[in-house]
Design a protein around this ligand. Structure first.
Ligand code: XMP
Length: 511
């Protein structure tokens, strides 16, 4: 396989660390997130063109502070320290770090000086800070290149050694020009040649999956959504017929979804795809359950149990593949981030699973990256650009208890929404659009008769990566048509609402 220039990101435990590696790859340079304790031999073997030291929760002077093999800073490789990484780099090179009296948190005004990393960047700017410690002294050869009101050394450099440190977080969107700084570090300091493309990710994944799996048998949980479709296709390219894809129809799928999945992947692509009809067992387990997290856990667990049952008949399976992507990992409370919802693919997994190992080839990718991978794999636009669909399916779009009747109502209403959005040619502008069945029933009048039926909520959002979202500005005429069709065509609905909340404070799904 082709050798790429690599930037190593040494992980000191900050919450944006994966994001740093991802941003660097986006900028065309292969990047790997490695533990802070990575040995100097390993670093030498990788031979990176640059090293990034990430943020983290420690103080450099704590007795148990995370540090790196000090020899790494003598390797003559450019280093970019971010937040804790900047403090550590200053500290290890003889500077001084203290716990500041005034903490800085959030958006802060900052002044930059001329420096390769601030090239083409407004010198009076805004950055995003989150720290209590700060660098107060630098050793010889270092200079200050950025300051704020409360932090005299908000950025520093040692140009001779190509060392740079910033107290703020360039990788988050709230730091203006932050991405440009990373780009400057890569191209102006490390002299990167930009040889990393999604195509390379695909090749690398396929070859490492091949190497790892060899001729072992692999089972892939296919939901038909973009993530699992891309994960399955990656595996299929790597190991062909040693991959069996199993599509669990849990009955919580959109209208005609099951047909579409079988057609696309089995008939057209030729994948080894088996459908399990598990509607009844899921509905049985969900009977009487109203609490969202409980529903999620039950669906997640039942999903795995269905697989277990299947694999008992199927014979020994070594690996189970899942299409987990990065936002699922973060929002499921992995690492330090707080639990928002336990996403189906991660938090819902019971601790005991009868498989040797779970493979999650897309775990480090955001949705837009997954789509790029999908195109690289030759999947059609129809498959790749499908809107995201949550693992627990309509189970989290029916507020309160899930019943067969409610599912029927929701599927029809959702179908109408999708149909009208597509007819209005809005599908490419909207990240996700779906109907949810509220638990609210209200009084209406139809044909001079009183009704007491459900309210359907329409949800349509624009987003880049599902981490934040805004409600889509769907033209009134389109909304009117959708509303009119739903109340006329779907029995049991007499009211249609449009959700105009962003994320945060709401989430995209209702539960
Ligand atoms: P929320 O509702 O958390 O959703 O704003 C963010 C994105 O994730 C999708 N989602 C899920 N995807 N398993 C998944 O694979 C899940 O359990 C799950 N829950 C939400 C959601 O549709 C949106 O795109």
């Amino acid at each position: 396989m082709k050798n790429h220039q690599t930037v190593v990101v040494l992980d000191f435990g900050g919450q944006y660390n994966q994001l740093i590696a991802r941003r660097i790859r986006d900028l065309g340079v292969y990047s790997e997130l490695l533990p802070y304790s990575t040995s100097i031999d390993k670093i030498k073997e990788i031979n990176p063109i640059g090293i990034v030291l990430t943020g983290g929760p420690n103080s450099v002077f704590d007795s148990n502070a995370l540090s790196l093999d000090k020899e790494i800073i003598n390797l003559n490789i450019p280093i970019f320290g971010i937040c804790y990484g900047a403090q550590l780099l200053a500290y290890l090179t003889g500077g001084k770090v203290i716990t500041a009296n005034k903490k800085e948190y959030g958006r802060i005004a900052i002044n930059y000086s001329e420096s390769p990393i601030f090239d083409n960047i407004h010198k009076q700017n805004v950055c995003w800070m989150s720290h209590t410690d700060q660098v107060v002294e630098l050793s010889e050869g270092f200079k200050i290149i950025g300051f704020t009101n409360n932090c005299k050394i908000a950025a520093y450099s040692n140009d001779a050694k190509n060392f740079y440190g910033v107290q703020f977080h360039p990788e988050v969107v709230h730091t203006n020009d932050g991405i440009k700084m990373l780009e400057n570090f890569l191209y102006k300091v490390c002299k990167a040649n930009g040889d990393w493309k999604m195509k390379d990710f695909v090749e690398q994944q396929i070859s490492s999956l091949k190497e790892k799996i060899k001729d072992k048998r692999v089972l892939c949980a296919m939901s038909g959504g973009v993530d699992s479709a891309v994960a399955a296709t990656l595996l299929y390219k790597a190991i062909g017929d040693n991959l069996t894809c199993v599509f669990v129809d849990h009955g919580l799928l959109r209208k005609d979804e099951d047909k579409l999945v079988m057609e696309t992947f089995k008939e057209k692509m030729g994948m080894n795809l088996i459908k399990i009809d598990a509607k009844d067992r899921f509905l049985e387990k969900l009977k009487g359950v109203v609490e969202p997290e409980k529903k999620r856990k039950i669906i997640g667990e039942e999903f795995i149990r269905t697989f277990e049952d299947f694999s008992k008949q199927f014979g020994a399976v070594d690996y189970l593949v899942q299409g987990t992507i990065y936002p699922d990992v973060v929002e499921s409370g992995f690492g330090k981030a707080a639990l928002i919802k336990s996403h189906h693919n991660v938090g819902g997994l019971p601790s005991v699973i009868n498989f040797k190992e779970i493979i999650e080839p897309l775990r480090s990718l955001f949705k837009d990256e997954v789509r790029k991978v999908g195109f690289e794999l030759g999947l059609s636009k129809e498959v790749v650009m499908r809107q995201p669909f949550p693992g627990p399916g309509l189970g989290v779009r029916i507020i309160g208890e899930v019943t067969e009747d409610k599912l029927k109502i929701l599927k029809e209403a959702d179908f109408i929404l999708r149909d009208e959005i597509q007819k209005a040619n809005l599908n490419n502008d909207i990240w996700q659009y779906f109907a949810a069945l509220t638990n609210l029933r209200s009084v209406g009048v139809m044909g001079d008769m009183r009704t007491y039926d459900y309210a359907i909520a329409l949800r349509a959002v624009t987003s880049m990566d599902a981490m934040t979202a805004d409600f889509a500005r769907i033209p009134y005429e389109v909304l009117a048509k959708i509303s009119n069709r739903i109340v006329n065509e779907v029995n049991g609905v007499n009211r249609v609402l449009y959700d105009i909340t962003s994320k945060p404070p709401a989430t995209i799904e209702f539960e």
